[in-house]
Design a protein around this ligand. Sequence first.
Ligand SMILES: Nc1nc2c([nH]c(=O)n2[C@H]2C[C@H](O)[C@@H](COP(=O)(O)OP(=O)(O)OP(=O)(O)O)O2)c(=O)[nH]1
Length: 131
Amino acid sequence: MTMTRVVVGAAVVRGGRLLAARRSAPAELAGRWELPGGKVEAGETPRQALVRELREELGVEAEPLARVPGEWPVGSGLVLRVWTARLLSGEPTALEDHDRLCWVTPQEAGALDWLDQDRPAVDHVVRELSG
Ligand SMILES: Nc1nc2c([nH]c(=O)n2[C@H]2C[C@H](O)[C@@H](COP(=O)(O)OP(=O)(O)OP(=O)(O)O)O2)c(=O)[nH]1
């Protein structure tokens, strides 16, 4: 039986801007922008995974808000699901997996080199921010 594993991505929004993270590894993804997050571990809900990943990767406490409709294959049995999220405490710092973080306006978000599979979710969030 083939199991699909969920990767959670967080569209963290603050003051009308979206938090974008630039991957530092692996080599084939390094330099592209993504939503912070990672794989859901056994026994976790996706929302719990999202809270854990933001704590580990960015050093912040955050709260998932709404699921962005849809899911996107990421390859090798992984599927990306995205939630909007807000910061509860802390200032995001690139602790692992990323070498740059940026709070982008909707216009700037459109111009970033996102991982292809992130683009639909980013477009959705950008539309909400713009509207
Ligand atoms: N974190 C994250 N990963 C994404 C996004 N879009 C996307 O295609 N991916 C891919 C890249 C990776 O192949 C996979 C997630 O892997 P990861 O390395 O971030 O997961 P993880 O933090 O749980 O790391 P690990 O335990 O496997 O070391 O999903 C995204 O927006 N955020």
